[in-house]
Design a protein around this ligand. Structure first.
Ligand code: 6A9
Length: 762
């Protein structure tokens, strides 16, 4: 019995580790929050909305629709959706703290959404949002703007209604104290209406609005009918009890052009001079806007480099969308380990993070974040420190950080349940080391911060260095590949971030992955630097020697240089003789169902060998600058870069060689090629950065590196800029044949690194 008890306890320990936080002081101290960034446009998934950085927040948001829809369909805009088919939208300027200005080009009118903040009092101060509409081809269009507020937690909200018009919302909540949201009546109002109702969740706000739209007749023109909100509505639960009213929506129906302002005033801000409205809004906005221009030029020096106005605006939009897309999320991940049958909850936590794409992936992604912070840290170090701190606080006692952060109900509604669960054996490249390294090198990280992040980075490094090892010393392997599937042409490696990039055809423990080895080499170097900076001498020695060991080019070549492909390579149980075929499930039966399966077409089957795919993975020793500048292997890598039959395209480096058997191949019947040819900006950024490094480091290939640097940088900037002009967006990937943007858009996560390629500040 005692043994059984001990066994159970032991087992429980293994279980609980999954959702036990690392035992180390948190980087982010919640009581010391910088209140200048308390309010922000942290609802990344909305076209426009402000919330606070508190777990349960007052949530505000904008919806709109044209009363005369071009196609006759009522289409209320709210969350960013590609299917809305907007010609263009995004932040033109956004400083991450005080001010933002966004342009939205709808079918036959244009909106500008702006906000300005003024800090004062104890609760983050005031802000004003201004929404301006302009006509575009249809002078008779009438637009309804709906601005709402609802609170996720316990708050007291009291509407002020005069003559059936909602003029303000007074409220009180623990994080905001007392406050008022004013709805000053704008000119050009054709009709005004409001809704006061019960919303069960923030993500059901639009449904509630749709359910409470009525046809209304205009007093001035009885023939004209408008869609308007129903006013006060009472809802009851199953037992007939009245549900509390917690959603308030102001609807202004307006003729174009118009300016509408919504003013939030914090009760504890008692020294306010005048209301932030009209000309005082305009003045403050203009001040912040020129401050933005000045700082942008100071940081990125694009005008000084000779870029024209249009190009500077494109770069400003790139930075602004990355900064303006920063979100604040609160909740827990669904996680699982090998000791669990069913997924369980991680602890509740906050995440302040930039997001890859507002319409498609409005949430945190671990390896994307390292790229985001490379840019953001050059704009505002404090924001980067804050964001990196939030991520490192998500580490559990095992040293693991879940890769995709789907926190809170609103985020979960966006993701199919199969994709929600995160497994604690799965990694994602430790890219956070890139911005940390860049900030350490610039000397902008204080010792206190370094001391806080060090134990967490140590745990993280150690997790990689134990769970992601290969079979041979100094080799590494991405775990989590599916060895049993017969559906995939090449089983995906989601953990590496390069999802369907070809690896060994038959996943096994014999695999070794060259990209992961390089990430570890790079990470150990940074760990040594930080250990030294914080005076941890013995750690510094240890990490330095690991770094030397993993960077040893002879060892690297021994495990990863394929002389057959004349390239760095993964190694594993592999054959290139695979293809997808349609198998008839009941042969001989007419109309029998079919299934697409992968088969091996060669008699001898897979064997232990180099994978020999030339592409992003084979470039890693170069990308992360592990490769010795004097190594003849560098010459070979540079040759592949420049070869149009392999990686070179007019629009940047393609992810996989044009000559690879898997180039542009579907992975299953339905999975289109992703990292199998398209041009991705994060890796191209690393390539441009590495070329700049090899061009400025003495060695035999300096000149070649310099020449390729110039061409590659030029091709990437030129194409992304012209695609932005043509399509209105920055994209997730670019087609290697046409240069056209592909995949989700706007995608202003790592694709915004184009700004750094323009500025050449790496
Ligand atoms: C699945 C679909 C409505 C894929 O940019 C984020 C990631 C990258 O980290 C990764 O390297 N993207 C890249 O290969 C997008 C991943 C999106 C997965 C979402 C659920 C629901 O969408």
């Amino acid at each position: 019995l005692c043994l059984l008890g001990a066994y159970k306890l032991w087992n429980y320990r293994l279980y609980a580790r999954l959702y036990t936080p690392l035992n180390a002081p948190l980087v982010i101290n919640k009581t010391e929050m910088d209140m200048s960034r308390f309010w922000g446009t942290y609802r990344s998934n909305l076209y426009f909305g402000l919330r606070t950085r508190s777990p349960k927040s007052l949530m505000t948001g904008l919806m709109w629709f044209p009363q005369f829809a071009p196609d006759g369909q009522l289409a209320i805009r709210h969350t960013c959706e590609q299917s809305d088919g907007l010609h263009k939208y995004g932040w033109l300027k956004h400083d991450g703290t005080n001010f933002g200005s966004q342009e939205i080009v709808d079918k036959d009118f244009l909106l500008n959404t702006e906000f300005v903040k003024r800090v004062g009092g104890q609760h983050g101060g005031d802000w004003t949002a201004r929404i301006s509409g302009k006509e575009m081809g249809n002078p008779n269009q009438v637009v309804s703007l709906l601005f709402y507020a609802t609170h996720e937690g316990k708050a007291h909200l009291q509407p002020v209604i005069q003559k059936n018009i909602l003029t303000a919302l007074r409220g009180n909540s623990p994080e905001l104290g007392s406050f008022t949201l004013h709805f000053p009546r704008p000119p050009k109002v054709v009709f005004s209406s409001f809704l006061a109702a019960h919303a069960p969740h923030v993500h059901s706000v639009k449904d509630i609005v749709m359910q409470n739209m009525r046809m209304a007749k205009l007093k001035s023109n009885k023939n004209m009918q408008l869609l308007a909100l129903a006013g006060h509505v009472t809802q009851r639960d199953e037992d007939g009890n009245e549900l509390p009213v917690n959603l308030f929506v102001q609807q202004w129906t307006l003729q174009l052009p118009f300016d509408v302002e919504i003013v939030f005033e914090s009760g504890s801000f008692v020294t306010r001079a005048e209301r932030l409205l009209g000309s005082s809004f305009t003045n403050l906005r203009d001040k912040y806007s020129s401050e933005f221009d000045r700082k942008f030029e100071e940081r990125f020096t694009l005008k000084a480099k000779g870029f024209g106005n249009d190009e500077v605006q494109f770069a400003q939009a790139g930075l602004s969308n990355m900064v303006g897309g920063i979100g604040y999320f609160y909740g827990s991940s669904r996680v699982i380990s090998r000791y669990f049958k069913e997924p369980t909850d991680y602890w509740n936590s906050a995440l302040y993070t930039a997001v890859p794409s507002r319409p498609f992936f409005p949430r945190g992604f671990l390896w994307d974040e390292g790229f985001h912070q490379l840019l953001i840290s050059q704009w505002d170090t404090n924001i980067s420190k804050d964001i990196i701190g939030h991520w490192l606080d998500l580490i559990n006692i095992e040293g693991w950080i879940p890769r995709e952060q789907i926190l809170g109900d609103e985020a979960r509604t966006k993701v199919p349940s199969d994709f929600v669960v995160q497994h604690n054996e799965n990694a994602n490249p430790p890219t956070l080391i890139l911005p940390i390294k860049s900030m350490v090198d610039k000397g902008v990280l204080d010792k206190e911060y370094l001391r806080k992040i060090f134990p967490r980075l140590k745990a993280w490094f150690n997790w990689f260095n134990t769970t992601q090892l290969g079979n041979l010393p100094s080799t590494y392997r991405w775990h989590g590949r599916d060895a049993k599937t017969d559906k995939e042409l090449n089983p995906k490696t989601l953990t590496s971030g390069l999802d369907d990039y070809p690896r060994a055809s038959h996943p096994s423990e014999d695999e070794r992955h060259v990209d992961l080895r390089c990430w570890m080499a790079s990470a150990s170097g940074l760990m040594a630097d930080i250990a030294q900076a914080v005076g941890e001498k013995s750690d510094a020695l240890l990490y330095r020697s690991t770094n030397h060991y993993l960077s040893d080019n002879a060892l690297l070549d021994k495990y990863h240089w394929s002389s057959k492909a004349d390239s760095y390579s993964d190694y594993g149980n592999h054959t290139k003789f695979v293809k997808l075929i349609q198998r008839v499930l009941q042969p001989g039966q007419p109309g029998s169902p079919k299934k697409t399966v992968r088969i091996v077409t060669a008699k001898q089957g897979p064997s232990l060998r180099y994978v020999n795919a030339v592409g992003y993975v084979s470039l890693f020793p170069f990308l992360l600058q592990i490769l010795d500048p004097a190594s003849p292997k560098l010459e070979k890598v540079l040759k592949d870069l420049k070869d149009p039959e392999k990686l070179w395209s007019k629009f940047g480096l393609r992810s996989l060689s044009k000559s690879d058997p898997i180039y542009k191949k579907y992975n299953t019947e339905h999975d289109a090629p992703y990292w199998r040819g398209a041009v991705w900006i994060n890796i191209n950024f690393l390539a441009v950065r590495a070329l700049s490094h090899y061009a400025s480091t003495p060695g035999p290939y300096q000149g070649t590196a310099q020449a390729i640097y110039t061409d590659l940088r030029h091709n990437l900037i030129t194409n992304m800029f012209s695609e932005y002009q043509r399509s209105g967006f920055i994209w997730e990937q670019y087609d290697d044949r046409t240069g056209h943007g592909k995949g989700s858009h706007p995608f202003t996560g790592w694709s915004s690194l184009v700004v750094l390629m323009m500025s050449e500040h790496f």
